[in-house]
Design a binder for this molecule. Structure first.
Ligand SMILES: C[S@@+](CC[C@H](N)C(=O)[O-])C[C@H]1O[C@@H](n2cnc3c(N)ncnc32)[C@H](O)[C@@H]1O
Length: 173
């Protein structure tokens, strides 16, 4: 499993005017994969590090910002992608609240992460913490609970120590 399913979970709500955010986007790896499937979306890369954004700018509109304070209006975005980045965020719970705020009802959330209850995931989590990173790794079930609490209907796809959470922003909240 990798991040190749990006774009598949977008669904019919993303139209030609749809905006997609790649949060913690780095050099826009996920955006590039999504663009292979959906050329019609407007792509934004949200990333705090200027150096990364220098490479990302070729693939969409760049925003030097944090997941915990997204520079977007309420309900203005159709899809959010987060690849190998959630565990770097200072406060994933606030990030989830921001995802729920900026997504339209019915909008899609794609999170690619590592499971710390599996040997390789545990190894990664330990390594990241040793390097001074926040190391916020969650098991798929815990991440699904966090997504539900933030107003998403989550679906999990797991393969070994890697997994994807596909969330749909609830229509009612
Ligand atoms: C392992 S990289 C993943 C980059 C990219 N998504 C990919 O798949 O290659 C994690 C990224 O998260 C970014 N990051 C760290 N803290 C962040 C935060 N609070 N909000 C948004 N991005 C953050 C880092 O600067 C880094 O570019």
């Amino acid at each position: 499993m990798g991040t190749r399913g990006v774009g598949a979970g977008v669904g019919p709500s993303a139209t030609r005017w749809g905006s997609s955010l790649d949060v913690g986007g780095g050099t826009a790896v996920l955006t590039r994969l999504a663009q292979d499937r959906r050329r019609d979306l407007v792509y934004h890369i949200v990333e705090p590090q200027k150096g990364m954004l220098r490479y990302a700018r070729a693939y969409g509109e760049i925003h030097q910002a944090h997941a915990e304070d997204l520079p977007f209006e309420h309900g203005s975005v159709q899809m959010i992608m987060v690849g190998e980045a959630l565990h770097h965020f200072v406060d994933p719970k606030i990030a989830f609240a921001e995802f729920a705020r900026v997504l339209v009802p019915g909008g899609g959330l794609f999170i690619f992460e590592f499971d710390p209850s599996r040997t390789m995931g545990r190894f990664m989590a330990t390594g990241e913490r040793l390097l001074g990173e926040p190391g916020h790794f969650f098991t798929p079930d815990i991440l699904a609970v966090m997504a539900r609490e933030a107003g998403f209907l989550p679906n999990l796809k797991t393969r070994g120590w890697k997994y994807v959470l596909l969330g749909r922003r609830e229509l009612t909240s």
